[in-house]
Design a protein around this ligand. Structure first.
Ligand SMILES: Nc1nc2c(ncn2[C@@H]2O[C@H](COP(=O)(O)OP(=O)(O)OP(=O)(O)O)[C@@H](O)[C@H]2O)c(=O)[nH]1
Ligand SMILES: [Mg+2]
Length: 315
């Protein structure tokens, strides 16, 4: 009996094993994934992004409980930047999501540092495996800063951006980056001072951000430590999913998976080419010229590519 058969029967141990093997870049595991992938594409994948410490993990714990209470089967992928501090954050997430774990929510934590090539690669595979396991709501946590985290959202059907009252004033800064990828905005820690003002500022800013698909981004206050506002948030998440017809959802998933493929391709190509490059004598010579200020980076790149076999063209 193969791993995939076990996963399709709902065996979490097999799912965990396959995710680990994919994280380790095991070729055999990719073959298992190829059997699984065609069976996926129906789960609602929900991304939760926002600045460090905004309460994403706590909120996800609440969402997971609420979804499972409604009879949904829930998976959580926590990509944890603070795991850089050691084991603390990983264990911390476990604690914050404890209630969720007891309710049969499948949780997988991934530390950023173990994925220098981009967390998206492992997270997407984990989502496919979780869907194979029968999860129909999969929640992905991310810090939402930097390209690798944007790549992560190639995976998500609905993206939630979490702010806190402290971000009310800095909204102009965040508008450009974080706000453009959110379908729903949460102002968490609504129990702390300034929450109403922050929510108002953020609502104004989000109204100014242009939307093409006719979806008005809701701005919702939550206190995720006490579970306040979670029901309204779940309603908005379901609404965002239901509101787009099947065709719209299929289209978004298709766009997402193609974009993800391109991201993977870039990563692989770069890895392949950088190994060849750094071994080449020209590269070392040219890098030396650039470092000492004798050659500018533009002409340096041209020179390196000119001498690379097979030929690559430089725009
Ligand atoms: N007052 C208050 N504190 C909260 C709320 N939600 C979370 N917290 C607290 O904020 C701290 C950070 O919460 P986390 O859930 O770990 O935040 P996070 O965004 O996942 O953090 P990182 O993953 O490290 O970026 C914890 O001490 C939580 O108890 C809330 O609604 N109100
Ligand atoms: Mg967290």
């Amino acid at each position: 009996m193969g791993l995939v058969d076990n996963i399709l029967k709902g065996d979490e141990k097999s799912a965990a094993r396959l995710i680990t093997r994919i994280e380790n870049g095991d070729r055999e595991a990719y073959r298992e994934l190829s059997l699984l992938f065609p069976l996926t594409g129906k789960a609602h994948i929900i991304g939760v992004t926002g600045p460090a410490g905004a309460g994403k993990s706590t909120l996800i714990g609440q969402l997971a409980l609420m979804f499972s209470g409604k009879g949904r089967s829930v998976g959580v992928i926590a990509t944890d930047p603070t795991s850089l501090n050691g084991k603390g954050a990983f264990l911390g997430d476990r604690v914050r999501m404890k209630g969720a774990e007891e309710r049969n929510v499948f949780i997988r934590s991934m530390a950023h540092r173990s994925h220098p090539g981009g967390i998206a690669r492992a997270a997407a595979a984990a989502a496919y495996v979780m869907e194979g396991l029968g999860k129909d709501r999969i929640i992905v946590e991310s810090i939402g800063a930097g390209q690798t985290d944007k790549d992560l959202f190639f995976l998500c059907d609905t993206v939630i951006t979490v702010f806190t009252p402290e971000y009310g004033d800095e909204i102009q800064l965040f508008k450009a980056g974080l706000m453009e990828i959110g379908d729903i905005i949460v102002v968490n820690k609504s129990d702390t001072p300034g929450a109403d003002d922050a929510a108002r500022e953020i609502l104004l800013a989000s109204r100014r951000a242009a939307r093409s698909n006719g979806w008005d981004v809701p701005v919702l206050p939550t206190d995720s430590r006490h579970g306040t506002g979670i029901d309204a948030l779940v309603e908005a998440i379901e609404d965002h999913w239901e509101r787009s017809d099947r065709k719209g959802r299929t289209q978004r998933k298709a766009d997402n998976v193609e974009a993800f493929m391109v991201a993977l391709l870039k990563e692989e190509l770069w890895q392949e080419i950088s190994e060849r490059l750094t071994a080449a004598r020209t590269f070392k010579e040219v890098a030396g010229e650039v470092r000492s200020g004798r050659m500018d980076p533009y002409n340096a790149v041209r020179k390196i590519l000119d001498e690379l076999e097979p030929k690559w063209t430089f725009r």
